[in-house]
Ligand binder design. Structure first.
Ligand SMILES: [Zn+2]
Length: 288
């Protein structure tokens, strides 16, 4: 039977997984205590354990070292005398000898792995309630990537990238099973320039749990057609074809969100001054 040691404040342990033996000496330079703490031999390298009641963000590049993984809340280490691929894990220094995580590492951890709070900093949402719904929920395994991806796209629209990253990292850290730093990196790198077009509609396609009925723009599809165009058509005083066209374009190409005048004019193939004037009027009429 194989055993695993849960990590994080549940067990009061943090694990450091070193798969590449060449990384041992750079790690020892940064944490001299590593040679004295509990250690097990793994098929490829070592697991080191320290005592700590703190939770840390899991990372694959602990202290900036490639393939040195810090494992904390939500993760575990396979423990001796488990056998994996015919190789037995053994204690070289038993768990009872685990040292306290040295204080000198703490500032370094915070510096590099900022989120340690479950409170999210304020952000701009532009009326999209689905952002808060994603934040409020502990995400099940199959939806973590999609959820963090959607969250990131939505946040990028109205927040600085560094701020959006801070929030999704905090969110990831708060998950019962966080993605590793590397996995999170890949989620973020999936985000293309077109995040500006990413609206509630796209979120709902990926995340069945969101309910956008409270969102400012319900977006695209039947709801929008009724709402934006048909519902407001009668209230456009002059029934201007330009205004109707603009509303259609916003619905069809911009997921119901008002893009810049330049983009709108290019897409509608209408001179920007005309578009600008029409948008201003639609705003004054309370339609946009
Ligand atoms: Zn929404």
């Amino acid at each position: 039977m194989n055993l695993a040691i849960a990590l994080g404040s549940v067990s009061g342990l943090v694990g450091i997984d070193v798969d590449d033996p060449d990384q041992y000496s750079p790690l020892e330079k940064k944490i001299p205590e590593i040679s004295g703490t509990a250690r097990s031999k793994t098929p490829r390298g070592y697991h080191f354990y320290f005592n700590t009641d703190k939770n840390f963000p899991n990372t694959m590049t602990f202290l900036g070292l490639q393939d040195v993984e810090l494992r904390s809340r939500g993760l575990y280490c396979v423990a001796p005398d488990s056998v994996v691929d015919g190789i037995t894990y053994v204690w070289e220094n038993p768990l009872d000898n685990a040292l306290e995580l040295p204080d000198h590492i703490l500032p370094f951890l915070h510096e590099h792995d900022a989120p340690v709070s479950s409170v999210y900093p304020p952000f701009r949402s532009d009326g999209q309630k689905c952002i808060q719904q994603i934040l409020n929920r502990d995400i099940e395994k199959g939806l973590r990537n999609d959820s963090l991806f959607c969250l990131y796209c939505l946040l990028l629209k109205k927040n600085k990238p560094s701020h959006a990253v801070r929030i999704i990292r905090t969110k990831n850290f708060n998950l019962a099973r966080s993605l590793t730093e590397n996995e999170l990196f890949w989620v973020c790198s999936d985000v293309k320039e077109s995040y500006n077009l990413f609206g509630c509609d796209a979120v709902r396609k990926r995340l069945p749990f969101v309910d956008c009925s409270g969102c400012k723009f319900f977006y695209r599809g039947f709801r929008m057609k009724e709402n934006l165009i048909l519902k407001h058509y009668k209230s456009i005083p002059d029934r201007s074809p330009v205004k109707v066209k603009i509303l259609e374009i916003i619905e069809l190409f911009f997921d119901g969100e008002l893009p810049s005048i330049t983009k709108l004019s290019r897409t509608a193939k209408i001179d920007w001054r005309i578009v600008d004037k029409a948008v201003k009027e639609l705003k004054m009429e309370g339609i946009l």
